[in-house]
Structures are given as C-alpha cells and as structure tokens.
Design a protein around this ligand. Structure first.
Ligand SMILES: [Zn+2]
Length: 266
C-alpha cells in the first residue's frame, strides 16, 4: 500500500467541535465542512481517502488558549494523527511551553498571521524562532490571504524576509506559499528553501499555475495538505494524482517529504 501523509488538517475537541465549525463557517462565507471536526471524523475521512497519517495544526486565537490547546494536542498525538502544538505571538511563557512540547514528542507549532494579527518577520518573534531552530521544531504558517479577513499580514515578501533572517528554521507555508497571492509567491518564494503545502489551492490557482509552481519549486519542498475539514481529503488526493503524473514526484509530495520533515523512522 502506498503511504500518504496529509500535512494540514484540523481537529477540535469532541465537546466543542460542532459549535467551532459553525462559528468558523460563519466567518468564512459559509465554506462547507467535510468532516464533523472531531478526531473520529478525521480518521473516517482518512480511511476513505487512503491516508495513512494526518498532521493536525491547531490555531490559538488568543494567548490564553495556548496551554489548553497544547494539552489537547499532546493527548491527541499518535502515529496516525500527528498533532502540532499551538503558539501565539503574544504568549509570554513560550520558552517553557516549547520545551514542554518538544519533551512530549510534538514536531512543530502553527502560526496564523491573520487570526493572530502579526507580521511573520517581526523582530519581536526572533527569540521564539531561535528556540524553534534550537529544538528542531517546525514552524507551520497559514500563508497569504484568509477568506475571513480583508488585509494580509502573511505575505510572500514578509516570509522571504523571515527566511533570510532564519535560514535554518524549518518553515512550512500553507496554501502554496501564499493564498491568492500567486504572483508574489513566484517572485519571492519559489525556488527558496521553504516548504509549501498544496492545501486549499488547486481549485483557486488553476492547473496551469499549480504546475508552474511545481516546476519552479524544489519538489522535495512541496507537501500534500488538504486543510480538512475545509476540503474533502479523497477529492484533494485524487485531484493531485490527476495533476502530478510523475510517480516519483507524487510520492515525494504525498509521503517522503513529510516523513523526512517530521523525522519519522522508516
Ligand atoms: Zn488550515
């Protein structure tokens, strides 16, 4: 069986999932949800799609949520559901919290420049980035526009400056490096040492631009991701298989690259 890792998914605690999904849908133009947002909902979706493991990336919209979300992430973390932790730029105890995540076997943390209202290259965050490098934790970012917001903090130009300041940071930029900012991604990010994920992008950028990105970015720096529950994992995987015809490239994008990034044993 071919193994597949979906590097971008979301799970919410069972008791709050229905409410959270509804609230997020309202903010984002009633985008449909393809699971019920629970762990079991994602596992069912993975089984249907033939996905071996999913990375779940939680967002703390307030600093006081960080520890609670990380308690949930640590409990959730397993070979099938690889949970990242949460961080918020205004959360003060990050040194202790990043150590706690590392000790618990968590592989990275999720940033969201729009929900968290910050610029990725803000020097105020440098001590945190330094610690992520030292602990070998992945920095996973929402990148580009977010349909729930009008302005953009996480632009390709800001990320390009972050890469320049922290060349050793393991950086993943969701949505092909910058949702709906494709021209700027071409200029600022393609060909640079940064991971981009395929989530929530193929339908928006079109096949031609998607292929251009694959041709101009290192295929070892592209990760299959769906942003489940906001897309259907089966449909996304099938769509990618329809676009990427080279088997070797496809297996890098859907499995090997993520496996290496996460330091998983063979
Ligand atoms: Zn997402």
């Amino acid at each position: 069986m071919t193994e597949v890792i979906d590097c971008h998914t979301h799970i919410f605690p069972d008791h709050g999932a229905a409410r959270i999904i509804e609230a997020l849908q309202k903010e984002a133009d009633n985008v449909p949800a393809y699971t019920d947002g629970t762990r079991q909902g994602l596992l069912d979706s993975m089984k249907k799609a033939g996905i071996t493991a999913s990375v779940q990336v939680p967002v703390a919209t307030r600093p006081d949520q960080v520890e609670t979300i990380n308690n949930f992430a640590i409990k959730l973390n397993s070979p099938q559901i690889i949970s990242f932790g949460a961080i918020h730029p205004q959360y003060l105890n990050f040194t202790r919290e990043m150590d706690r995540l590392k000790t618990a076997g968590i592989k990275g943390v999720k940033f969201h420049p729009e929900y968290q209202d910050f610029f990725p290259d803000d020097p105020a965050l440098f001590p945190l980035y330094e610690q992520l490098v030292a602990l070998d934790l992945v920095a996973f970012f929402h990148a580009g526009r977010d349909i729930a917001f009008s302005g953009v903090h996480g632009t390709p130009a800001h990320f390009a400056r972050l890469i320049k300041s922290f060349p050793k940071l393991k950086l993943v930029l969701a949505h092909m490096g910058g949702f709906q900012m494709w021209d700027e991604v071409k200029e600022e990010l393609l060909g640079r040492n940064v991971y981009i994920d395929t989530s929530f992008s193929m339908d928006y950028m079109g096949k031609r631009t998607f292929n251009y990105f694959l041709e101009h970015h290192d295929c070892q720096r592209v990760l299959f991701g769906t942003d489940s529950p906001w897309t259907d994992q089966s449909a996304e995987l099938n769509q990618l298989r329809g676009i990427v015809k080279d088997e070797d490239t496809l297996s890098k994008i859907t499995f090997t690259n993520a496996k290496e990034l996460l330091g998983m044993k063979p």
